[in-house]
Design a binder for this molecule. Sequence first.
Ligand code: SF4
Length: 451
Amino acid sequence: MGHEKTEASASNRAEPPNRTPVVHSLNLNRSGFNADSSAKRSTRVGPILAGLEAPAAVEPAAFPIGAGAEAFRRRFFPDATEADWNDWRWQLRNRLKTLADMERVFALTADERDAIERRSGALPVGVTPYYASLMGLDDPQEELRRTHLPVGDEFVKTPGEADDPLGEDHDSAVPGLVHRYPDRVLFLATGTCSTYCRYCTRSRMVGEPGGEYSFSRNQWDQAIAYIAAHPEIRDVLISGGDPLTLSDDRLDELLGRLRAIEHVEFIRIGTKIPVVLPQRITPGLTNVLRKHHPLWMSVHFTHPKELTPEVDEATSRLADAGVPLGSQTVLLKGINDDLAVIKPLMQGLLKRRVKPYYLYQCDPITGSSHFRTPIAKGLEIIEGLRGHTTGYAVPQFVIDAPGGGGKIPLLPDYIVGRDGDDLILRNFEGRTYRYTDPGGDLGASKPVAAE
Ligand code: SF4
């Protein structure tokens, strides 16, 4: 059903209906970043008729600052103005990256301090000030802190773990382009993220481009040429790294070049930026995105603590720009592996027009054992959601099969057994029901005696 809705023709790549046009002048600076990104420069005006001046009243597209973030700003960045704080480039420039940065903000444990000093190469340490403001500064067990501050367990390799567990390098058609499924490709557009998750599937390459992953113009050219030469590719997922760390211009260029390929029907962006750097969702960016519909976005959420006023604003801007939003959540031990955490997260996402899409079993990357949960935990959570809340709030629980097997969905077993022509099913309350299924043999391995 979802696919039917994605098969839009070029003629309906226009603005979504019922939208007042938002007019912004793009002011590009020399670095290629959109200097219009700060809220103070944007204007929301009604339709402008030829020969008439724009209305004098200008509504600034202000970005909210939540109470926790504001207290954090005043305490740790007293010289930063609200405009600085709400400027995504300021957030990137002021990321917490070094041991000194971290010690200034967090009461580090000896284990965290050692891990920060010890690590090198890909998957650097990096947290935006905004996202740090959501973390427990004095509590090493706080959930969001555990996802971004390294600990010694990260250096312990356990059986079954690998640097590239999904075999993406093996399935790369050209550098940075994974062609595993018949009609779609994964385009790794950049190795940069605004924050670095310690359980990242691409921990082998993010934050340290080089070798196979240069993300140069030449690499993009090769990937785009491959897509253009393969008419079976109808869907391109742009990921990385985080594609929304690219400047508006670069993103516009990439989306435009892909959109120009006749057989590419559908583009998706995978990103964590709306959660960890919501200030990046500027009017300039949404203007770029709305040019390239149908464009969908998968946003990486972890915990209900992330559902802040800033995230409300970011998701509203994206949804208002006509971008359908889906969520991706990695199940993490002691962080969100609890129905009492996942349920409000999924319900909160629906309220923000984000459809819960995937709940992932954590991939067995090297050094991830402290994050991984038993498979049964994911099934237990799905069972606790299905029937107990809105169906739209139930994501699909999947394992990305090691070795490149792709995503495999897992469901709780609702088949109790079979009694002749009757299939015996269990509902969400544990009650059993008969469904007459003449000639079928589903459930035959579990015969049930007639009542
Ligand atoms: S934002 Fe995504 S790509 Fe970047 S470190 Fe986190 S999981 Fe990996």
